[in-house]
Write a protein that binds this ligand. Sequence first.
Ligand code: FES
Length: 76
Amino acid sequence: MPIIHRSMARIVRHDRNHPYEVKAKDGETFRICACGLSRNKPFCDGSHRRTADELPGELYAYDEDGRVRVPAFYPG
Ligand code: FES
């Protein structure tokens, strides 16, 4: 009997467009990605700048090539 592996895609919504700043006991500050676009998760790599001109109330999907505005199928 063949083994069938199925994977599922997920849409994860991120509403924040700037990182969380977390201060460690030693005083060092870490910037944690909250936009979902960092290539160095969990740390912010500045990719949130791509979200700077998003319009309030609109939903966007990002990939390597850019972004598209998505019709709001999913209630907030
Ligand atoms: S908050 Fe995601 S890259 Fe900065």
